[in-house]
Design a protein around this ligand. Structure first.
Ligand code: NAD
Length: 354
């Protein structure tokens, strides 16, 4: 197939890790006779420096015309002056909004070779394989705020419409159908009216359109406990923006390293945005020691969710496992394995793919 992929390296370690993801995608293309055309564009702090805008128009245009977008990370101390006119993160929020990305997907996979790095007991995390869907453009972060005249009382509104709930639930239900057939919806229906609408809508969508699935509901406070006491009992989880923000960060510690975890943000149509869940790691930028695997696994998600190349995505994930099983480690996951730099880790994944 022919696909056009936009690379947004961004700031800090972004350029180092995105370079490795590109290498891996080039290897996939040559092994499977695909043609991937790469366009590199500015976003974040470096875009502010060069154009004054954290999301230049030419970056947005290229993203809109592409099949998939792969992002490194944005931000860093250079641009963190609170008085600054604009900030790198504004570029990221703008690209998510302009691409209409309403669903954030995070696979939480405890990779065999790294079980020992998890803060939880090996017996609890061994075999964890969760796919979490978080609604990304609604809920309390977008419901607006009000304040009393004297500023002593402030309110943020949590809002969801039936349509917003339906589209994220459908996406998660399709994900569940392609896996174990089990879907867990997380809400706070015992207290919040928004959650009662969430629960009612979820039940209807699953009953009418996905009767083959097993749906269970969990209250968010209970779910926070279950994620660390019995994470293996969950497969596909769907929840709103606020609960998903908190639960996905909680779940991200299970596999043992921030540098390993990918994410995908998807809309109804158009390109998805794929990025590791970590930030720009300015403390190690430019030293060639960053872990590129979160970005490489994000590229695998792009193959699966935007390009329809599931077998190629599986191959990349298997190659990452093979490299880890072989004992290779970047400094952040060093556990007595052989410590290598960013480029060597990327090369090893390419080698394993072959
Ligand atoms: P961070 O994720 O950048 O770093 C936290 C710690 O993890 C650091 O010690 C870092 O060295 C380490 N780390 C992160 N990724 C790593 C990797 N791939 N390999 C090895 N070690 C890794 O979080 P932070 O320090 O809170 O934020 C730094 C900057 O990143 C800030 O400007 C923040 O705003 C920005 N940020 C950006 C994004 C994004 O672009 N999506 C997300 C979070 C933070």
């Amino acid at each position: 197939m022919n696909a056009s992929i936009v690379l947004l390296p961004g700031d800090g370690i972004g350029p180092e890790i995105v370079r490795e993801a590109r290498k891996v995608l080039e290897a996939v293309a040559s092994a499977h006779r695909h043609t991937f055309e790469f366009t590199e564009k500015l976003i974040g702090g470096i875009a502010i420096d060069e154009t004054g805008d954290p999301l230049p128009q030419s970056t947005l245009d290229a993203c809109l015309a592409s099949d998939a977008v792969i992002l490194g990370a944005v931000g860093g101390p250079k641009w963190s002056d609170p008085a600054a006119k604009t900030r790198p993160e504004a570029g990221l929020l703008a690209v998510r909004r302009r691409l209409g990305l309403f669903a954030n997907i995070r696979p939480i996979v405890a990779r065999n070779a790294l079980i020992g790095a998890s803060p939880l007991k090996a017996s609890l995390v061994d075999g964890v394989d969760i796919l979490m869907y978080r609604e990304l453009t609604g809920g309390i972060y977008f419901g607006g705020s009000t304040a009393s005249d004297d500023g002593t009382t402030v309110a943020d509104s949590m809002r969801y419409s039936v349509g917003e709930i339906e589209r994220i639930v459908r996406l998660a239900a399709e994900g569940a159908r392609s896996r174990s057939g089990r879907l867990t919806s997380v809400d706070k229906a015992n207290v919040l009216a928004v959650s009662r609408l969430w629960r009612k809508t979820t039940e209807r969508v699953v009953q009418d359109e996905f009767p083959d699935l097993t749906l269970e509901h969990q209250l968010v406070d209970a779910m926070a406990m279950h994620l660390v006491t019995r994470p293996k009992d969950f497969d596909v989880i769907v929840t709103g923006n606020l609960f998903g923000d908190i639960l996905s960060d909680e779940a991200s510690v299970l596999p043992g390293s921030l540098g390993m975890l990918p994410s995908a943000s998807l809309g109804a149509s158009g390109p998805g945005l794929y990025e590791p869940i970590h930030g720009s790691a300015p403390d190690i930028a430019g030293r060639g020691i960053a872990n590129p695997l979160g970005t490489i696994l994000s590229a695998a998600l792009a193959l699966r969710h935007s390009l329809g190349l599931a077998a190629e995505a599986d191959a990349v994930e298997d190659a990452v496992d093979a490299v880890l099983d072989g004992g290779l480690r970047t400094a952040d996951i060093a556990d007595g394995g052989r410590s290598v730099g960013t480029a060597d880790m990327g090369d090893a994944v390419v080698e394993a793919l072959r």
